[in-house]
Design a protein around this ligand. Structure first.
Ligand SMILES: [Zn+2]
Ligand SMILES: [Zn+2]
Length: 136
């Protein structure tokens, strides 16, 4: 008989997989893709599949524990503090932008005609300094 408080081994494994993924995402600033996440966490979880990584990432995003940045491919950010992103259109690198944000706190709390704003995403697109050097 399974008591209510006992976590099933399957659930326990999932919790551990989730933890490894979140820990990895919080430890890097590179905004990795799902595939990069998969390749990195595989070192710790050799039996994990790419499908599971996708599922966990989707779930973490839904629970707002991580952020998804839609570039040409989806990239993930373990840093959920408010910040914008600079996305290089040449190398697809994503940089954190902490000094530009929506200062309008009133607006952020406002009920708009579409609904209540909880958060927002701000992405800048351009050419990073490194790419600028190579295309000149
Ligand atoms: Zn670049
Ligand atoms: Zn970021």
């Amino acid at each position: 008989m399974i008591t209510k408080n006992k976590i099933s081994p399957k659930k326990e494994r999932l919790t551990n997989q989730k933890k490894v993924i979140v820990d990895y995402l919080r430890s890097v600033k590179s905004h990795p893709s799902a595939e990069t996440v998969f390749n990195e966490v595989k070192k710790k979880l050799p039996r994990i599949s790419l499908g599971t990584v996708y599922r966990i990432l989707k779930n973490l995003k839904k629970k707002e524990e991580i952020k998804e940045i839609p570039t040409t491919i989806s990239c993930y950010d373990g840093d959920i503090s408010p910040h914008a992103h600079f996305i290089c259109q040449y190398c697809d690198k994503i940089f954190d932008v902490f000094d530009i944000h929506c200062e309008d706190k009133l607006f952020m709390k406002k009920k708009t005609k579409w609904g209540k704003i909880k958060s927002y995403d701000l992405n800048f697109y351009g050419v990073c300094n490194n790419c600028q050097k190579t295309i000149k």
